[in-house]
Design a protein around this ligand. Sequence first.
Ligand SMILES: Nc1ncnc2c1ncn2[C@@H]1O[C@H](COP(=O)(O)OP(=O)(O)OP(=O)(O)O)[C@@H](O)[C@H]1O
Ligand SMILES: [Mg+2]
Length: 278
Amino acid sequence: MTETRQQDAVTSRLTVRELTLAYEDRTVVHELDLAVPDGRVTVIVGPNACGKSTTLRALGRLLKPRGGAVLLDGTELSKIPTKKIAQSIGLLPQTPVAPEAITVSDLVARGRQPHQHWWQQWSQEDERAVTDAMERTDITALGSRSVDELSGGQRQRVWIAMALAQETDLLLLDEPTTYLDIAHQVEVLDLVRRLAAPAADGTRGRTVVTVLHDLNQAARYADHLVAMKAGRIVAEGRPGDVVTAGLVREVFGLEAVIVPDPVTGSPLVVPGAPWQPA
Ligand SMILES: Nc1ncnc2c1ncn2[C@@H]1O[C@H](COP(=O)(O)OP(=O)(O)OP(=O)(O)O)[C@@H](O)[C@H]1O
Ligand SMILES: [Mg+2]
């Protein structure tokens, strides 16, 4: 009994304490507290400019806190060596920039940098991770193409592959489904779910934090949903508890009806007041 309960207990390697984030003199995130559940998918939703990307960047140590802290295993990120962080946390930014004229496989291979050493630049393990990441994102056939000449959706999948190739326990994704057609959106989100699923031997899956704009996809794929507004968390928890008409009104200023998703039973947000013909 006790053992089962311990296994079910939610732990958090990545936590945020009174985190304040600012650009010059403008504060955009205010004293945020968050515990990212291990081995689960956390989805952050909220209106444009509410601070989602800013928060994600701080979680990946791309942005230094103005106040408070981000902690990995209880230690402030600022006190952990960069390479160690890169081995633990992978971040796909909202608008990543590729080096000019780089090929797809070379870009994905850059995800392996945190695992390389001066005495060994490239190992079989690196090769396997890159091949695997490219297969999972359906870009194997694009390997020798230049990233510059890909479609938006192809390029997005290359970036996801690079983040996957890093093989970190924690994966932060900022709008990974942008530019993707609906089938590839579902494929990427299914992949995210599989990454977080426990292995057959019970080993915990990976921890994913992702920003999504589509509330219905967020409600379908999140274990833990975080709704932000103006740099603060307005609600968090299981999608079924968080996504209500009141929350959609409060966070997005949108009238909506919430019905059960006919496929998954998760909350489905249907915008309305209905349109009235003249
Ligand atoms: N590099 C920057 N310098 C100055 N201000 C910035 C910078 N990046 C973001 N901001 C500002 O910080 C606020 C939060 O931006 P952020 O990118 O975190 O929003 P977001 O929630 O990710 O929005 P979106 O849904 O549009 O991606 C915005 O007002 C934005 O203009
Ligand atoms: Mg953003």
